[in-house]
Design a protein around this ligand. Structure first.
Ligand SMILES: Cc1cc2nc3c(=O)[nH]c(=O)nc-3n(C[C@H](O)[C@H](O)[C@H](O)COP(=O)(O)O)c2cc1C
Length: 194
């Protein structure tokens, strides 16, 4: 009888060790302290998605604030000479950013959100990407637009910054914004960032 009990106990120990071993082999899920949710937004659409991602992940929200804020006239893209259009037409434009995210180096996962400007990410996103080292970090992007898709802008960033580990993009047109919470939740589950 004693032998049987000892054998059962030994088996229980072995199986719990095996379980611990398996658990250890899972890729570590990103911890909330490791997540930065950076975004650029002028009329609030991208900001709302950023807030949802930060709420769902417990990540730190950081707004990319231009040193010189965009006025309504700067954003009037029906005017071919407006500031936003001039910047998008100039591949070297890098609008300056005011301030820095705290503890950037400690983040392993960075979400970067932006509105689509003429099919691309605004130049200030390039300022942000070029101001930091993304070595060892995983980067996800999210974007909003009136009606255009987001894949052209995402591919543009991936092609321009081949050293950065871009791992996915989530895009919302204006008609998709009302169902944002559900899509964000589903996406975060799909990419395993929770
Ligand atoms: C300069 C400029 C260019 C834009 N270009 C496009 C575009 O190519 N396609 C589109 O669907 N929407 C375009 N939009 C609309 C914005 O992408 C859309 O309103 C976005 O949700 C704004 O995000 P925000 O509220 O976070 O600033 C443009 C807006 C601006 C100011």
């Amino acid at each position: 009888m004693k032998k049987i009990i000892v054998s059962i106990l030994a088996l229980m120990c072995l199986s719990s060790l095996a379980f611990a071993g398996c658990a250890h082999e899972q890729p570590p899920a990103a911890q909330s302290g490791d997540i930065l949710v950076a975004y650029f937004s002028n009329t609030g659409n991208t900001e709302r998605i950023a807030e949802t991602i930060a709420e769902e992940t417990g990540g730190t929200l950081y707004e990319i604030v231009p040193e010189t804020p965009y006025t309504a006239a700067d954003l009037d893209y029906s005017d071919s000479g407006c500031r936003a259009n001039r910047e998008q037409n100039d591949p070297d434009a890098r609008p300056a950013i005011a301030g820095e995210p705290e503890n950037f180096d400690d983040c392993s996962t960075v979400f970067i959100g932006y509105p689509i400007w003429w099919g691309d990410a605004p130049r200030i996103v390039q300022t942000f990407l070029e101001s930091h080292s993304f070595d060892g970090k995983t980067v996800y992007t999210f974007s909003t637009s009136g009606s255009s898709g987001g894949s052209g802008a995402y591919d543009g960033l991936r092609n321009n910054y081949t050293d950065i580990n871009f791992a996915g993009n989530l895009h919302f047109t204006s008609s998709q914004l009302s169902g944002a919470q559900e899509r964000v939740s589903g996406w975060l589950s799909d990419i395993g960032v929770r």
